[in-house]
Ligand binder design. Structure first.
Ligand code: PMP
Length: 289
C-alpha cells in the first residue's frame, strides 16, 4: 500500500501525470523517515522539516499534520514494516509546463515504505569517503527534489569505491552528498553551522543533543579539508547511515584508520535514542558494549 494524498491505496493504482511539476522541474520536497521495530523514528521532526521546506518554496500544504502523522503510521502498519524507511514527497502538482507557479495548485503527496536493514557493517567498521566539489545551489537547507548535484557527487564516490562524497565549497567542508559531516579534534566535536549551505539533518541535531548529554564539547563551525584530513576522528550522520565512522578521506587515513572513541560513544547514545523511541533494546553496537 502507498499513501496518496490522504488515502491508502494499492501501489499499482497510483500514476504520475507527465506534467507533474515534480517530474518536470523537481518542484517539490521530500523526507526519508526511518522505521525501527515498526515505529517511525523522530516522525514529528521530519514532518516539521517538511513543513519548513514547503514554506520556503511557497508550496501550501492542505493536509492536517496530525492526520498526516496518523496516516503515515497506518501505512507502516498496513505494510507490516518492521525495519525500513518511509519515503514521503510532495510536488506542486500538475499544470501545463511553465516555470512560474500555476494559478491553482493541487499538491500531490506520495509516501511508500521499503524494507531496509540497519547498515551494520558500515557502522562497525566505518567507511571510505572522497572529497568532491560542492556544485549544488545556495538553498541546501531546503529538502528539495532537485538532487543532481548530490547524485553526480555520489556516483563519482561509488566509482572510486567510496560510500560517500564529502562536499567542499571554497575550501570548506559543507556536508556529505546525503549526510552531515562531523570531525573530532582534541576532544571537541566540529560540524558545519546550520545555515543555507547544508541540510539541517535530523540525525545531526540528535547527535548534537547526545553530545551535550555526554559532556562532549561542540562547535558548530566550518572546517577545511585539511582539518578533516588531520582530524582525530570523523563521522557522517543521516537517517540511513545513522552515526557512521569515516576511516578514510581520499588517500588519507583518519586518525588510526579505525572508528574512534568519541564516535563510538555517540553511536551508543544514538542507539539509546532508538531504544527510547522505538523500544529496540539491542542496539546495533550491542555485542561490543
Ligand atoms: N545532508 C544531506 C544533503 C542529505 O541528503 C541528508 C539525508 N537526508 C542529510 C544531510 C542527513 O539528514 P537526516 O539526518 O535528516 O537524514
Amino acid at each position: 500500500m502507498i499513501l496518496w494524498n490522504d488515502r491508502l491505496i494499492p501501489r499499482n493504482e497510483a500514476s504520475v501525470d507527465i506534467e507533474d511539476r515534480g517530474y518536470q522541474f523537481g518542484d517539490g520536497i521530500y523526507e526519508v523517515i526511518r522505521v525501527y521495530g515498526g515505529k517511525a523514528f523522530y516522525l514529528t521532526e521530519h514532518l516539521n522539516r517538511l513543513e519548513k521546506s514547503a514554506r520556503e518554496i511557497r508550496l501550501p500544504l492542505p493536509w492536517d499534520f496530525g492526520l498526516l502523522a496518523e496516516r503515515i503510521n497506518q501505512l507502516v502498519d498496513a505494510n507490516r514494516l518492521v525495519e525500513g524507511t518511509i519515503y514521503l514527497q510532495v510536488t506542486r502538482g500538475r499544470a501545463p509546463r511553465n516555470h512560474a507557479f500555476p494559478e491553482k495548485t493541487e499538491p500531490v503527496l506520495v509516501a511508500y515504505t521499503t524494507e531496509v536493514p540497519r547498515p551494520e557493517a558500515m557502522l562497525k567498521e566505518g567507511i571510505r569517503t572522497c572529497t568532491h566539489r560542492d556544485i549544488r545551489w545556495l538553498r541546501c537547507d531546503i529538502k528539495s527534489l532537485n538532487l543532481l548535484g548530490a547524485v553526480l557527487a555520489k556516483q563519482e564516490a561509488v566509482e572510486k569505491g567510496c560510500k560517500e562524497a564529502i562536499l567542499v565549497r571554497d575550501g570548506t567542508v559543507t556536508e556529505g552528498s546525503s549526510s552531515n559531516v562531523f570531525i573530532v579534534r582534541d576532544g571537541t566535536l566540529y560540524t558545519h553551522p546550520a545555515n543555507n549551505l547544508i541540510l539541517h539533518g535530523i540525525t545531526r541535531s540528535i547527535v548534537l543533543k547526545c553530545a551535550g548529554d555526554e559532556g562532549i564539547p561542540v562547535k558548530e563551525e566550518t572546517f577545511s579539508v585539511d582539518d578533516l584530513y588531520a582530524a582525530d576522528e570523523a563521522f557522517i550522520t543521516g537517517t540511513m547511515v545513522e552515526v557512521c565512522p569515516v576511516i578514510r578521506v581520499d588517500d588519507r587515513k583518519i586518525g588510526d584508520g579505525v572508528p574512534g572513541p568519541v564516535t563510538r560513544r555517540l553511536q551508543k547514545a544514538f542507539d539509546g535514542q532508538i531504544a527510547h523511541q522505538c523500544g529496540q533494546m539491542d542496539g546495533i553496537m550491542g555485542e561490543r558494549r
